[in-house]
Design a protein around this ligand. Structure first.
Ligand code: COA
Length: 262
C-alpha cells in the first residue's frame, strides 16, 4: 500500500510512524486511518522492528478526526467511521510489540484517542490534550470514552469529556495521562531512549507483558493471573528464558531469538 498521509522510517529496531498532513494539523481522514492500520500490521509482523514510535509532523500530533470529511456523513456512515477507527486503534493497542506516542503538539479528539491506544505517552511541553467532540455536538468515536477513564479516572475523564477543554502537558503528567514531559527538541530522543531500553529485553517477554497487562483491564486478578502463568510458561517454552538466564550468569548481553511474534 502506498502511504500518502503518514510516513514510516526504520532506524534499527525502532520504527517511527509520523502523521503527516501538517496543513490539516494531521487530522485523521478515512484514508489516513486505513494507512495507520496497514502500517501497524506490517510493523507488527516485521521481526526486525522491536518498538514503534508514533508522532506528528509540524505543530500537531493529531488535531482529531478530519472534521471536513465528517460534515457530509449520515448516521450509518459516521457509525462506520467510528467502527473503522476503533478497529484500527485496537490493532495498535494489541500489537505484540510496544508503541510509544511522542506527543509533539495538539492531541485532540482522535489524536488523543490514538495516543491512548499506545502503551506509553511522552509529551512535549507544547502538547495540548483533550476530547473536544462535545463542542461540535458529537461524542468521541474512537473509544475515547473508554480509554480515558481507565487512564485518568472517571472524574477527570468526565471533566475533559464534558467540558471539551484541553489540558496542558503538566496537568496531563500529574493526572497520569502521560508518563513524561520533555522540551520539544528532546521529544524524539526521549521516545527513542525509552524504545532502546525496551528493545534490549526479550522480544517474547515484552510482547507477553503487554498482552498480560491489556488482558488485565477486562478480567479479575485470578483470570489475569492465569493468563500471566501461561505467558510465564511460554517464555520458557520458547527458549527465551533459557537464553536470558544463561546470559545473566555468563555476564554477557542476551542473544535473543528473533522470531515473528506469536
Ligand atoms: N479536521 C480537519 N481540519 C482541521 C482539523 C480537524 N480536526 N483541525 C484543524 N484543521 C485544519 C483547520 O481547518 C485549518 O485549515 P485551513 O488552514 O484550511 O483553514 C488548519 O487545520 C489549521 O488549523 P487552525 O484552526 O487554523 O489552527 P490553530 O492553531 O488556530 O488552532 C486547533 C488549532 C487545534 C485549536 C484548532 O485547529 C481546532 O480546534 N481543531 C479542531 C479540533 C477538534 O475539534 N478535534 C476533534 C475533531 S472530532
Amino acid at each position: 500500500m502506498t502511504l500518502k498521509n503518514i510516513t514510516v522510517e526504520k532506524d534499527g529496531e525502532i520504527a517511527v510512524v509520523t502523521m503527516n498532513r501538517p496543513d490539516a494539523l494531521n487530522a485523521i481522514n478515512i484514508e489516513t486511518m486505513t494507512e495507520i492500520g496497514h502500517a501497524m500490521l506490517e510493523l507488527g509482523g516485521d521481526a526486525d522492528v522491536r518498538v514503534i514510535i508514533v508522532t506528528g509532523a509540524g505543530k500537531a500530533f493529531v488535531a482529531g478526526a478530519d472534521i471536513s470529511e465528517l460534515q457530509a456523513k449520515d448516521g450509518m456512515e459516521s457509525r462506520d467511521i467510528s467502527q473503522h477507527g476503533q478497529r484500527t486503534f485496537s490493532i495498535v493497542e494489541n500489537l505484540p510489540k510496544p508503541v510509544i506516542a511522542a506527543i509533539n503538539g495538539f492531541a485532540l479528539g482522535g489524536g488523543l484517542e490514538l495516543a491512548m491506544a499506545c502503551d506509553v505517552r511522552i509529551a512535549s511541553t507544547r502538547a495540548k490534550m483533550g476530547q473536544p467532540e462535545v463542542t461540535l455536538g458529537i461524542v468521541p468515536g474512537f473509544a475515547g470514552t473508554q480509554r480515558l477513564p481507565r487512564l485518568v479516572g472517571f472524574g477527570r475523564a468526565k471533566e475533559m469529556l464534558l467540558t471539551g477543554s484541553p489540558i496542558d502537558a503538566a496537568t496531563a503528567l500529574s493526572w497520569g495521562l502521560v508518563n513524561k514531559v520533555v522540551e520539544p527538541d528532546e521529544l524524539l530522543d526521549a521516545a527513542k531512549d525509552m524504545a532502546i531500553r525496551i528493545a534490549r529485553n526479550g522480544p517474547a517477554a515484552v510482547g507477553l507483558v503487554k498482552a498480560c497487562v491489556n488482558k488485565g483491564t477486562s478480567t479479575d486478578v485470578d483470570a489475569g493471573g492465569t493468563h500471566e502463568s501461561d505467558a510465564f510458561g511460554l517464555c520458557f517454552a520458547s527458549g527465551e528464558a533459557g537464553e536470558g538466564i544463561t546470559a545473566f550468569f555468563e555476564k554477557r548481553p542476551a542473544n535473543w531469538i528473533k522470531k515473528q511474534p506469536e
